[in-house]
Each structure stands twice: as structure tokens, then as C-alpha cells.
Design a protein around this ligand. Sequence first.
Ligand code: MN
Length: 354
Amino acid sequence: MRLSMRWFGPAHDTIPLAHIRQVPGLVGVVTTLYDTLPGEVWEKAAIKALKDEVTAHGLLITGIESVNVHDAIKAGLPERDKYIENYIKTLTRLGEAGIDMVCYNFMPVFDFTRTELSHLREDGATVFAYDQAVIDTLNPNKMNEYMARISEGFVMPGWEKERVAELTRLFELYKDVTDEALLDNLVYFLRAIMPVCNKYGIRMAIHPDDPAWPVFGLPRIVGTLDSLQKILDAVDDPLSGITLCTGSLGTRPDNDIPGIIRALSGRIHFAHVRNLRHTAPGVFEESAHPSLDGSLDMYAIMKAFYDTGFDGVLRPDHGRAIFGERAMPGYGLYDRAIGCGYLLGLWEALQKQD
Ligand SMILES: [Mn+2]
């Protein structure tokens, strides 16, 4: 595995690369051009500047998280071809820059959804939390205001102001989009981009829906083994793969994550490994990475990666806010660094037991 950490770029991340570099075992960062909007072609100079900055700190760009997909593509609008062309241009430029893994998601309107970004735990740490009963009371058209209120002034990934400013219009777009239609639109997109991916060896890694069930009545197609398998079968190209996000798939207690890793081995191009604690049906809070703090068996998860010869990019995910650190919720350095040490420790033990 190639241990990495997410980094949002110099203008948005509170963590300097010089500090990330000090995390033992880290190969590089997954990053993005945070100032671009879905549908835009990424500037060559901006890609180069990002790469130069990361490599100047002795790290690699191990992947892009994410190149976001325009809603016209997801909703299957007539203008989608124009945006797919733009996506292909961006992939071309990334391929030319030596980038070989791109994460994306196909969630309509919203990226991940949470009801709390600073849920206080008993030990004083704060974490992301979700309560379906709270979601059910919220007006989806006002969700941007709700997120702005709970994100403490930080711009959360997927919740950029421009993107969610027109929520009513976006909801209207998906009014008649069924799960089947959304899958068709994904397949249309993947078929169009596979030639450029093959030209440059770019592995595409779709991120699961988070939470992995329908929210606000929007279609959802990436949340279970069956749905992931369906996507991989529909475009049966080894470069079309998934991001195995334990935290997102783990929102459903009925998802057997080690089983999913074993079943989809070879098509998992990126791994987000974190833990969460289920407290009631439809209610969970994120936790520290170790098995003892959450509902997931992290050893079994890492063992499934190890046994299947996983050599892709793997990163810890959302960290708790601890030690008084002031950082973007979920993306402080301290708890993610602890997560790295834990995951690296599990990996070393697996290697040495072998
Ligand atoms: Mn994830």
C-alpha cells in the first residue's frame, strides 16, 4: 500500500506540507485544485504548480481527490457532452503530469452529508456525526445554510458556496432521475473517459455515497457490494475502479467490508480507512481509527487488503479534532497522523506474520 494523506492545497489547508512530511511511512498526498468548479478544465500551469509544491517537500501526488463531475453529467442533460469533453481535457493534462489515480463521486447535489461537524465526545474530542431523524427535519433547499452554520467558517469539500448556492435548481434537475437513469449516466460518462484513462494509465476510483442510503429523496447508486459490482461490470475496464471508503460503506451495518474488499480486489484503486461508531439505527458518529473505538474491525479490513495484495493508495480519513488543534473539521493533522501510525502498525504486523 502507498500510505498517503489528504491535503487541500496551500490556500485552503491549514496543515503545511512540511508537517505532513513528518508523518512516518507517508509516501505522498492526494490533493486537488480546490478553486476549480465541476465542469472546468484544469489549467496546466496550476497542475504544475501544485505538483512542484508537493515534490519540493519530498512527497508525491499519489492521486487527485477529486476531479468533481458536473451535475449535467450526473443528471444526463443534453449539455453533458461539453462537460465530458472538459473532463477528458483535465484528465489529459493530469496524465501528462504523471498523475495516475483520480477519485470522483456520483452523488447528486451533495457530497457527504452530516448533521454535526463538531459532535462532542466524552473525552472532549469532537467528531462528525449523523442522525437521520435530524436530516428528516431539515429543508434540503436550506442545507447549504445549515452546513455553513456548522462548519465554523471552513469551506468543506463538496460544499463550496458556488455549488450549493442554487440548491432549488439542482433538486429540480434530479426530480425525474431514477437510480437506473443515474447508473446509465455514470456508464455513459465512464465509457467516454476510458480511452483517455487507457492512454495515460489513469485509474478512476468512484467514491461510495455517504451515508450509503438515499438522502433527501435523491437517487443513490454506490453503497453496497451489489451496486459496486454492477458499476464495475457495466464498464469492465480494469482502470474503472472504486475508492473503498470504510467510513462511507460502514454507515450501513449490513455491509461486510472485508468481504467487499476481497470480492472487488483488483478494481480497488484507492482506500479511505477510518472507523465510526453506530449508536442507534440511522445514527452514527465518527471515531478514532482503532477498532476499540468504533464499530468496524480495522484489523479484518487491513487483513483483507493485505491478503488480496493491495498496492494502491491508502489514506486515513476524517480525524477527530483533538489536542486543541484548530483545523478544517475532519482534516486536522493530529488524529490523522495517529491514524497513519495505527494503520502502518497493522500493516507491519500483517507483513511480519506472513
Ligand atoms: Mn471517504
